[in-house]
Design a protein around this ligand. Structure first.
Ligand SMILES: [Fe+2]
Length: 152
């Protein structure tokens, strides 16, 4: 497994979970799924920023792309916090979840279609495997929920 495949497979998992939450009718199940999604997303974004984006910022001359992606992470984190503090019976919750889903789809598409090809210019197959080990180690962290304390 390399970092690109790892990130892609985690993207598939969070997209599926967001879709399930949108369809869920039971409030208790929905709350549990939201906290599962929040946990998965924060661990994923934290590891991406610490390992993948940090390396890209040092090696790519297209930092604007990375800053945009980081801004999208910030937006995802902010919407997540809002959703987590919304009661499951709140009639606005389904709409909030749909906005999060849209943000996720947009960000994931940009990451895979724009950032991956840029990163592959200077991350070879061997490095991509090594980087995945670091990525998986970083996923053991307990990421902050504070919007101002993200890795980069
Ligand atoms: Fe990301």
């Amino acid at each position: 497994m390399d970092i690109f495949k790892q990130i892609h497979s985690e993207h598939q998992i969070v997209k599926k979970l967001a879709k399930q939450i949108i369809k869920e009718n039971d409030n208790i199940t929905m709350s549990a799924q939201i906290s599962e999604l929040g946990d998965a997303l924060r661990k994923h974004m934290n590891a991406e920023e610490k390992i993948f984006y940090k390396y890209l910022l040092q090696n790519s001359d297209k930092n604007g792309l990375i800053y945009e992606a980081l801004e999208e992470h910030l937006a995802v984190r902010a919407v997540l916090l809002d959703i987590e503090s919304t009661a499951s019976e709140n009639e606005r919750l389904p709409s909030k979840m749909k906005v999060l889903d849209k943000l996720l789809k947009l960000h994931i598409e940009e990451e895979e279609k724009t950032i991956f090809p840029e990163a592959k210019k200077f991350i070879n197959a061997k490095q991509a495997k090594e980087m995945n080990k670091e990525f998986n180690d970083a996923k053991k962290d307990n990421p902050t929920t504070d919007l101002e304390e993200t890795p980069i």
